[in-house]
Ligand binder design. Sequence first.
Ligand code: GLN
Ligand code: ZN
Length: 788
Amino acid sequence: MSARPTLSHTLGFPRMGAHRELKFALEQHWKGDIDAAALEVAGADLRARHWAVQREAGLDFVTVGDFAFYDHVANHIQLLGCEPARFGFHGDESALSRYFSMARGVQVDAAHSHAPACKHSRSSEGEPALEMTKWFDTNYHYLVPEFSSATRFKLAENRLFGEMDEALQAGHPVKAVLLGPLSFLWLGKEKEAGFDRFSLLEQLLPVYEQILGRLKAQGVQWVQIDEPILGLDLSGPWRHAFEKAYWQLSRRAPPILLATYFSPLQENLRMACQLPVAGLHVDAVRAPEELLGVADWLPSYKVLSVGIVDGRNIWRTDLDAALGRLRPIAEKHQGALWIAPSCSLLHAPYSLQAETAQNPEIKSWLAFAVEKLGELKTLKAVLNDGEASVQAELEGARVACAARRTSPRVHRADVALRLARTTADDDHRLSGFARRQAVQAACLGLPLMPTTTIGSFPQTAEIRAARAAFKRGQLDEAAYRGKMQAEIALAVRKQTAIGLDVLVHGEAERNDMVEYFGEQLDGFAFTANGWVQSYGSRCVKPPVIYGDVSRPAPMTVEWTTYAQSLTELPMKGMLTGPITILQWSFVRDDQPRSITTQQIAWAIRDEVVDLERAGIGIIQIDEPAIREGLPLRRADWKAYLAWATRAFRISASGVADRTQIHTHMCYSEFNDILPEIAAMDADVITIETSRSGMELLRGFGDFKYPNEIGPGVYDIHSPRVPAVSEMVTLLKKAASVIPARNLWINPDCGLKTRGWPETEAALVNMVEAARRVRQEIATASSERLATV
Ligand code: GLN
Ligand code: ZN
């Protein structure tokens, strides 16, 4: 066993601040209320405070380089001097203003622009922001670097070194953090046909060498280099590049701790252990089974950093279990042992301190970022000085974890029984699609290619104010209900006037599509301040699923039946599906995600059945998050898709053949999981397609998607009103790959972020487009008849 003391550190810390100070400073700056200098002060202040928190928790280094005004990948784009040329920066803009231009795009107000009226120059048209996409399997979004054969790298930005100086001057021992060169390239995107971004590696490495040399000269003790792609399925060239790259990087660098997280290393394990670096961090929460193998393969002169505290979730660590895992590793690994959260704490809320209103029992089960550092402090103390020094902390964790294991708040016999009794009959509809389609056609009497919307209508300031006043108790239940009913009635009137075939109630009563249901389901808790950065200044406050889920009472029946009472046209009920509810919540770590999802599925099924009983003939179960739940390793996709699609089917299969089940998905790129989407067996799927120029449809056509489908005919992300002719073209394109009898006509997604004027104008055009295409089809077929 190593004689050296165990050290503790963190891979990163939340940036926003205890009270989302960074969010508010950023938004003030963007509005023009504070200048860049004031924003920089706010940033420096947060960093100083966060380093102090790390030192108070006894971490052996503060981590520097994890801070960003928008996103750490965007920081690297500037650090490495590869801002895309399309932004046309002149060199007279400050680095910060260029940074925000890349992050947020350049908008030019045409009325105030003095630029020449050339249609294609950026000054008159603006420039879209860098694309944003999900950081591995988290809900954090990074800005995607753009690469082409013209990309050049250079050490171009001193921000990182400045932050290093701040920390050193404050007297902290410093570990710098960088995103590794291979992960940086991997996360980017080629902006030139036929170009392979991998070819940029050779050019990129010298810049990293330069950065590392400079950090060393500054007196940085360690550099953590994050290469999370080591947990992905890498093709040969990417895998093989690691060894050479790290030989080159380690030459002039401070000791390097190579950090991996989010997924098991598997075939990359030996290679990761043998790279020429001074230490390796592994995620022992996501891949506990690999820990012994890592201890076996890692040479004894290297540091082994064990990510033992879950950086992705909000549960208090079972310290005894953690020690049970750490002790054999400490025995086996002859070299130095460090302990850390599994990944950066960027993905955890700041601290429990603000959760004063939380149920004390539930609160005692939780640990946010600050509390997680406290757990590391205790673990380190046990490993270095024995249990006696932290008896009270260990006992506290023991009591809380034991209580959570047995609490009736968590474990419900009725829910367990229901799951145990799920049979093969529960996860499919009574009849196959062909029969259901015939029955539904007879019951619903819809025209060819019916028109509908995805659920929400504009959430006006008035709606939001009413909801907030109700929540604060300033508006009583009856008054609130009256206001929401008035909104529903308005939506019904407008839809009728527009001429839509299948109406929706408009979702005015919903703040958020997951929170709304979580608030009404058993097993969910909400936090006061559990914010996590989603992108830029935007934070989300995911619900906490702490216990067995069930539905104590109907959730949407009253609003939906009220809406139906106002019209003869079919009113579509609107629910959020089990996978999306799971995916956008903090989930239990004491049972598999598949079980939690199945519990939610039964709760949603209860609602579906109640809606049917109340006379609602069409019910939509939204699953926009199904694709983002895909595991990082392709080998795990099949198992996930099997339980995820089964959960959907359980939620949808409690109804008669005549009831039409819809689902909705956004964010395209579904072509690789089409068989599984088909296996969900929704009668109708509405799906985002317009932004991809209906690319997706080809997939559906080639695959011969068997059920009905509504490819979105216009993008709802901007107020632009699409012309009738534009939508006619898209519809004809759709009709060329999908039989017309299976087609629906609808926008890409919900309309809650839009205003009424553009919404009405666009839908009027959409209905007109539908009329024209139907007419053309009718004419064509009567001509065909005439020639027979
Ligand atoms: N029914 C939801 C809405 O219309 C769907 C939202 C979504 O797909 N993200 O707002
Ligand atoms: Zn959508």
